[in-house]
Design a protein around this ligand. Structure first.
Ligand code: MIC
Ligand code: SF4
Length: 656
């Protein structure tokens, strides 16, 4: 039978289960990636499994998120990671080296390999032909310990690319176009696989922009074939040995097909405040802009930054605009420094930020009240920038540079008329300067003992989960609407420094729903827990969209949450809930959502027994006196994890 590329790679890594869409499978993971905001917990969980060395081909820990370093916590985390990771046989990418996904693409990712990362944008490596999946830190820790990664064998959406991109249109516009068609919901359990004649015209970094922001579609991952472009990219990185030609069979089957003619795409934006609120820039021309930020794991490749530098060269940014630029990796920053483009950016008035996530995760550069911020990033969830009522437009580098010059949202195709600027043509370099001196190699097994782990007091072991109760005596602690993201559940930004200390971080669960002068969500949850009740969260569609941060399950677990009832729940967050013994269920009849109120008292008798085998549970709303049905949608393995009181307990039971 003719196979698509996704199934070819899954087949060669299959350890358990039937490779048929919808069935649960376990796959071998070749590589793992962790970053500092999720990595400390992942490493603490790895430690609690009692293993000395990682069992993957390659595990890399990156420090790129928590870089602001207000207070000692971040530095404490960096030192813990540096010592811990090398001791257990992993590589450590030091602060300043750049954003995990971009460095992984440049230095480690391989066509045909499987990569599991504790970050939702791990699929960036799909641009080189890896099956690269984002997951919670605990799942990554288990993969580091040699365990399989479990997922639902996906449906594959074949996206046939034809034509070539017109002038002033970039890879970001391609993924924004796809988001306008597929949106951010309804794609759980799918893989986006690109094929067709249009693929050949896209370089690996352009492909990586597309696979990166595939995370916003909610798909399991996105993948491109490995072809001449891939070979050229690897050769420029002096990694030709990693190249393998890979593609789908000519008449491969897909569960769904999408046709994208690259030549018909125009400059687009994701308008406030969802990555699928897509509009054409031409239709929004002339909206006032006060801030432009360029960078993030989506758009800070050599080509992207050179494009911006070429547009801004010998010009000054508009007086109303502040421009920030965070190059994705030290490699790119160094090339720009050596070829003079950095000077063009500085001369134009750009503020050069360090090679890191920076403003993308709310570490500074919050926009002013009511002021439009134009960013080349991948997420514009309300409040993520650090301003509760932000107006963030996501765009490609061409549009960002145009806005920096005009102080307005401007279709970059107008730049020739407005300023006489020709469309920059940036070719990828055939050779890039290689400098891995900021990547520390694993300690040799006989040297590992000599490394002492630096563990400061701010690093607190994560709390253990509890067994599910036989009768759930629930209290509705929050009724939240649609598209509640992990940024809403567990804010990042200035709170990021608390990632290694669950009791402290848990104080800010659902912080954006807290009102001044009233008890916070955390206070209400702890009061309810003390009274012997079990916390329940009621949500609408796409609950847990966005990040892979398991703190969005771990901290609610600490506060006594036992059940999440939603219309739909996103893949990574659902897995994290199960891992931390919070049962995720969906409404059998979504109309019941409207009949529930905050503080309602709920009851599920036989809760524990139902987890073992039932497909539905009956929830009694004692306050409003009615019953409603919820679906369990759990695999056998997930049921066992919940019954064991979370994945850590389950993994220990399996080992014994
Ligand atoms: C994000 O983009 O939201 C993050 C920060 O990279 C997260 C990971 C985290 O919360 O640490 C992600 O995308 O998974
Ligand atoms: Fe970092 Fe932003 Fe990419 Fe997340 S999306 S990894 S915060 S650059």
């Amino acid at each position: 039978m003719s196979e698509n590329l996704t199934y070819k790679i899954l087949k060669s890594h299959l350890l358990e289960g039937r490779l048929e869409a919808g069935c649960e499978i376990g796959i071998r993971i070749d590589q793992t990636l962790t970053q500092d905001a999720t990595g400390t917990t992942a490493m603490l969980l790895f430690e609690s499994m009692g293993l000395d060395r990682v069992l993957t081909n390659l595990s890399v820990s990156y420090v790129d998120h928590n870089m602001a370093m207000f207070g000692p916590e971040n530095h404490n985390d960096h030192l813990y990671l540096q010592t811990m990771v090398r001791k257990i046989g992993g590589y450590h990418s030091r602060p300043g080296n750049g954003i995990c996904h971009q460095i992984h693409l440049e230095r480690f990712a391989r066509p045909g390999a499987t990569l599991l990362g504790s970050d939702s944008h791990t699929p960036t490596a799909g641009g080189i032909g890896s099956i690269a999946i984002g997951a919670g830190g605990l799942d990554v820790a288990v993969a580091m310990a040699g365990g399989p990664f479990y997922l639902t064998a996906p449906k594959v959406v074949g996206i046939n690319l034809t034509g070539t991109l017109p002038k002033w249109v970039c890879a970001k516009d391609v993924i924004l176009k796809i988001l306008s068609i597929l949106s951010t919901h309804g794609n759980v359990g799918c893989v986006a696989e690109y094929h067709g004649p249009g693929v050949a015209s896209l370089t690996v970094p352009q492909r990586a922009t597309i696979t990166n922001m595939g995370a916003e579609l909610g798909v399991t991952t996105s993948i491109f074939p490995a072809d001449e472009q891939t070979s050229a990219f690897l050769s420029a990185q002096e990694r030709s040995e990693a190249f393998r030609k890979l593609c789908a069979d000519p008449d491969a089957e897909y569960d769904r097909r999408l046709e994208i003619d690259l030549s018909t795409i125009e400059p687009l934006t994701a308008a406030p405040s969802s990555p699928d609120n897509i509009k054409s820039i031409a239709e929004l021309n002339d909206i006032d802009v006060h801030q432009v930020l360029i960078g993030s794991c989506t758009n800070s490749s050599y080509r992207d930054l050179m494009t911006v530098a070429a547009i801004l060269k010998s010009r000054t940014i508009h007086s109303q605009v502040e421009l920030g630029i965070a190059p994705g990796s030290r490699q790119v920053l160094n090339i720009l420094a050596q070829n003079g483009a950095l000077s063009d950016l500085i001369t134009a008035g750009g503020r050069i930020l360090e090679s890191a996530c920076g403003p993308c995760i709310g570490q500074g550069q919050s926009p002013g009240d009511g002021k439009v911020s134009v960013r080349t990033f991948n997420r514009n969830f309300k409040g993520r920038s650090g301003n509760k009522d932000d107006q963030v437009y996501l765009v490609g580098p061409e549009t960002a540079a145009a806005a920096a010059l005009t102080g307005k949202l401007t279709d970059p195709r107008r730049l020739p008329d407005l300023f006489g600027i020709e469309c920059p043509k940036i070719d990828e370099l055939k050779k890039v300067p290689i400098d891995d001196s900021m990547i520390e190699a694993p300690a040799k097994p006989d040297q590992a003992d000599k490394i002492e782990i630096i563990r400061s007091a701010s690093i607190v072991a994560p709390p253990a989960a509890e067994l599910p109760p036989e009768t759930l005596r629930g209290e509705v602690l929050l009724l939240c609407g649609n598209k509640v993201t992990t940024d809403h559940i567990m804010p990042a930004g200035t709170f990021l420094k608390l990632r290694s200390n669950v009791p402290e971080y848990a104080k800010y669960v659902f912080n954006c729903f807290n009102e001044e002068g009233r008890p916070t969500f955390a206070e209400r949850a702890l009061t309810s827990k003390k009274a012997g009740k079990h916390g329940v969260i009621i949500a609408g569609d796409s609950y847990g969209q966005g990040s892979s941060r398991e703190h969005a399950a771990l901290c609610p677990m600490y506060l006594g949450i036992k059940l999440v009832v939603a219309k739909t729940i996103e893949r990574i967050h659902k897995a994290n809930l199960v891992n931390f013994a919070i049962t995720p269920v969906t409404f059998a009849d979504t109309g019941d959502y409207d009949r529930i109120k905050q503080d309602d008292q709920l009851e599920v008798t036989d809760f524990r027994s139902s987890l073992a085998a039932a497909d539905t549970i009956t929830v009694k709303n004692i306050t409003a006196d009615f019953e409603f049905q919820c679906q369990l949608n759990l695999s056998e393995r997930e049921r066992k994890i919940l019954l064991a009181g979370g994945k850590l307990n389950y993994t220990k039971v399996i080992k014994e």
